[in-house]
Design a protein around this ligand. Structure first.
Ligand SMILES: CC(C)(COP(=O)(O)OP(=O)(O)OC[C@H]1O[C@@H](n2cnc3c(N)ncnc32)[C@H](O)[C@@H]1OP(=O)(O)O)[C@@H](O)C(=O)NCCC(=O)NCCS
Length: 195
């Protein structure tokens, strides 16, 4: 289709915001990723990370991310504070991603942060940069996101990003043997440009 742009998702660009650097994950991130994702409160409301989360899980996750990028289905960025020197092993503090549905020009935003990085507006700042990338470089028509109803801070992030609540999906997600209600949000291209 003429609105599709060819982008090599296996080498996503480094994006800098006021306080953050979003950069591609590298294999050496595995130990730090393990340290961040081994906390249950960090993975509790995410869709797929196991608990307990070990080094092999981190390596598998990085491998999976590479496959999804090569297939054009998702792009993942590591989040690090901008004052951290590029490449320093302990800078990584979270992750942000966009799952991509190319025929529909629809992207799905996701994010997580290590416990020490919560409450500083980082998810909102990283999310805003990735939505910009989706509407800009990737030429999205719509960006959506969802959160588990029991995780209101994530809903607040989506509100602060200017997304509109579109639905309350009853028992849409099953996690830790529990069915969870999910809240769906989205923003359209014209709304993002007009904000
Ligand atoms: C959810 C998460 C990404 C939020 O990241 P963050 O950087 O702390 O988010 P921000 O600081 O940008 O914004 C959080 C907002 O939620 C609000 N908040 C915090 N706890 C809340 C609660 N229990 N109820 C309602 N709002 C709450 C904060 O006050 C803040 O809003 P404000 O700026 O208006 O004060 C982070 O807690 C996290 O990574 N959690 C684990 C993984 C996860 O849940 N990922 C999302 C999966 S959908």
């Amino acid at each position: 289709m003429s609105d599709e742009r060819s982008i090599d998702l296996s080498a996503p660009p480094v994006i800098e915001t006021a306080r953050l650097r979003l950069r591609p994950f590298v294999e050496d991130d595995a130990p730090r990723l393990t340290a961040l994702l081994e906390a249950f409160e960090v993975v509790e409301f995410t869709a797929g990370y196991p608990h307990p989360f070990g080094l092999d899980d981190a390596r598998r996750q990085l491998e999976r991310q590479r496959h999804l990028a090569e297939a054009g289905q998702a792009v993942h960025w590591a989040i690090e504070p901008i004052e951290t020197p590029p490449g320093s092993l302990n800078g990584l503090c979270g992750g942000v991603l966009a799952k991509l549905d190319a025929p529909c020009r629809n992207a799905e935003l996701g994010y997580w942060l290590g416990r020490n990085a919560w409450g500083r507006g980082f998810a909102t700042e990283a999310g805003r940069a990735v939505i910009d990338w989706c509407f800009g470089a990737w030429n999205a028509n719509r960006v959506e996101a969802h959160h588990v109803a029991r995780n209101p801070s994530s809903g607040r992030v989506l509100e602060k990003l200017g997304m509109q609540q579109e639905g309350h999906l009853r028992q849409r997600q099953r996690r830790w043997e529990r069915f969870e209600d999910v809240i769906l949000y989205a923003v359209l291209r014209g709304e993002w440009q007009a904000r």
